[in-house]
Design a protein around this ligand. Structure first.
Ligand code: GLA
Length: 382
């Protein structure tokens, strides 16, 4: 039974009538453009066919009551008395908080929730939760869906309610993704451009089964290092510094700061080039840019780990693979590979076997489709 059917059936059983709407919001994989979002730069993610699904109906009072099929747990809260606690319901609550703070009057709902975005793998299950919640509130409360605004509110919920200091990429792609396309996002203006996946290409997500450890501190440290270099140049963000400018001042910067900035600035360039390559169906060039991106993250930004490097090496030498790189925040989680579609199954099996041989770990491998961002897939009002 797929998730759509499961949440619908469970809702009908629990609440005695079919749901008024079903919403879904996807996780994502980033093809290129890593740690560039909080530097006001460019990213090129796609929304994937793994998502959070919510079946819901509005309630007359100001309460939200949700049952999670994944956690087999029910939780409730009052829109007039939002208190921080812990657990999966905090995503719904945090988004309610951000929406109300932004002046949206909200209507509560009954809901059944389920998802298949692996948690903690770096595929943005949190952003999927946040955007599914925003979509659910937009439906019950009748405000207009504006993808960029909703992404910003989802990010605010993540930063201020959940307490994770992320950039805008994950929420933006979960809000605005387009089927069969990746999205070039300008993280300064939030302008987006959809770029088609090259024909005959499969995007394969390779989960190393390693999980990031002390990730918050490392992520925040990278952010601070980037901000310090931007400040040194007297500009708002590293987006505003070119490689030539950076190289001119190389001896005035400490070695680590220089390498961190070199990653971000070169990654921005690669991301824009990658979008161009995709527009021309140039899979070989796109793959090469992904490989360069991986090296830059491994050597300059230092956010890879041994298993991610092994996974990328296993992927790269398979025939039919154009390129591979670690993806997401780093220090564990997933790599992504660009593969000829007709070799994707064989590719996945070979990489899995080689990776397991080399590390003793069982990977999870997903051949992914690019899907739409947060959407109402069925509603009684439609
Ligand atoms: C995490 C964050 C994003 C982004 C990536 C790195 O996924 O949530 O905002 O910074 O790391 O590109």
């Amino acid at each position: 039974m797929n998730l759509h059917t499961r949440v619908t059936a469970e809702f009908t059983q629990r609440f005695g009538s079919p749901p008024g709407a079903i919403v879904r919001a996807p996780g994502r994989v980033n093809l290129i453009g890593e740690h560039t979002d909080y530097n006001d730069g460019f990213v090129l993610p796609m929304a994937i066919d793994r998502a959070i699904w919510i079946a819901l109906s509005p309630r007359p009072d100001r309460r939200v009551a949700a049952h999670s099929l994944d956690f087999n747990a029910t939780a409730e809260f009052d829109l007039d008395r939002l208190e921080k606690q812990s657990g999966w319901i905090e995503y719904l609550k945090g988004v309610a908080w951000a929406l109300q703070e932004a002046g949206h009057p909200l209507t509560g709902f009954n809901a059944v929730v389920a998802g298949d975005v692996p948690i903690g793998a770096g595929l943005s299950s949190s952003a999927a939760w946040e955007l599914a919640a925003a979509r659910a509130f937009a439906f019950t409360s009748g405000f207009e869906w504006n993808a960029a605004q909703m992404a910003l509110l989802g990010q605010r919920a993540e930063n201020k309610w959940v307490g994770v200091n992320c950039g805008i990429m994950d929420q933006m792609i979960s809000a605005a993704g387009q089927a069969d396309h990746a999205l070039l996002i300008d993280c300064r203006s939030l302008a987006t451009q959809s770029v088609p996946l090259p024909p005959g290409i499969a995007v394969v997500v390779l989960d190393t089964s390693t999980r990031r450890g002390l990730v918050d501190s490392a992520y925040n440290e990278r952010r601070a290092q980037c901000e310090a270099v931007a400040q040194f140049f007297g500009v708002p963000a590293l987006r505003d510094v070119t490689l030539d400018q950076l190289n001119e001042k190389r001896d005035q910067l400490d070695r680590v700061a220089y390498r961190r900035a070199r990653h971000v600035i070169s990654e921005n360039d690669r991301t824009v080039q990658a979008a161009e390559a995709m527009k021309h169906g140039a899979a070989i060039e796109l793959g090469q840019l992904m490989q360069l991106s991986h090296m830059s993250m491994r050597d300059d930004f230092e956010i890879s780990n041994r298993e991610l490097n092994i996974m990328v090496e296993c992927a790269e030498h398979q025939s039919g693979c154009y390129g591979a790189r670690m993806t997401g925040g780093g220090f564990g989680g997933c790599a992504v590979a660009l593969v000829r579609q007709d070799t994707a199954e064989v590719f996945s099996a070979s990489v899995a076997a080689e990776y397991e041989d080399a590390t003793g770990l069982k990977p999870n491998i997903y051949i992914c489709m690019a899907t739409n961002g947060a959407e109402i897939v069925q509603s009684e009002r439609a």
